[in-house]
Design a protein around this ligand. Structure first.
Ligand SMILES: Cc1cc2nc3c(=O)[nH]c(=O)nc-3n(C[C@H](O)[C@H](O)[C@H](O)COP(=O)(O)O)c2cc1C
Length: 179
């Protein structure tokens, strides 16, 4: 039985949902999985020795990640590098299959560039467009990104682009990193 830690940064809740789905699938496979927002992990501290592998996920906001993500990977660079570990980036540009290839996803590349922890294993996951729940200025900005990339611009649009079966495959992969 393996013990996995899933850490995430989520602003609107979708990356949290993906992270919980990863944890649920891992537990259904007979392993254990703790799932935690990085702000909670920062506050409460972590006993890294309890885990065989670690995954850290974060959503893309305006081309980058919340600064707390980099604060976390800076503080815990050693622990993350010593463990079998993986990073997953959640963004809506990844609704296009070719943008789910890590080398073709500029946000994934941006993470590798900016984070002192250089994950050996990476994953790009398509996120959710949820215009009605976003602040008007955020909605306008994303509508502009979507207009430029042939995505939905109707302000009523709510589309979950996540491939939930692939999330399960990724969950199994995180467990296998610990072998
Ligand atoms: C303010 C804001 C900025 C965003 N910027 C980008 C972006 O630059 N590129 C992109 O592909 N997706 C962008 N997104 C889409 C989010 O990455 C996507 O909605 C993700 O599912 C959000 O995850 P969360 O609910 O965990 O916060 C943005 C979303 C918001 C609300």
């Amino acid at each position: 039985m393996k013990s996995v830690l899933v850490l995430y940064y989520s602003r609107g809740g979708h990356t949290a949902k993906i992270s919980r789905a990863i944890a649920e699938h891992i537990e259904n496979g007979g392993n254990t999985c703790a799932v935690m927002h990085i702000s909670e992990a920062m506050k409460e501290g972590l006993d890294w020795s309890k885990y065989d592998s670690v995954a850290l996920g974060a959503c893309v906001m305006y081309g980058t990640y919340d600064k707390s993500v980099f604060e976390f990977t800076t503080k815990h660079q050693a622990a993350l590098s010593e463990k079998p570990s993986s990073f997953y980036s959640v963004n809506v540009v990844a609704r296009k299959p070719e943008k789910r290839v890590p080398e073709n996803n500029k946000y994934l590349q941006k993470f590798i560039e900016l984070s002192p922890w250089k994950p050996k294993d990476v994953k790009v996951i398509a996120g959710k467009v949820d215009y009605p729940s976003w602040r008007w200025w955020d909605r306008l900005a994303i509508q502009l990104i979507m207009k430029m990339t042939d995505g939905p611009t109707d302000p009523k649009t709510v589309i979950d682009y996540t491939d939930w079966d692939d999330v399960k495959v990724y969950a199994d992969h995180i467990v296998s990193l610990a072998d």
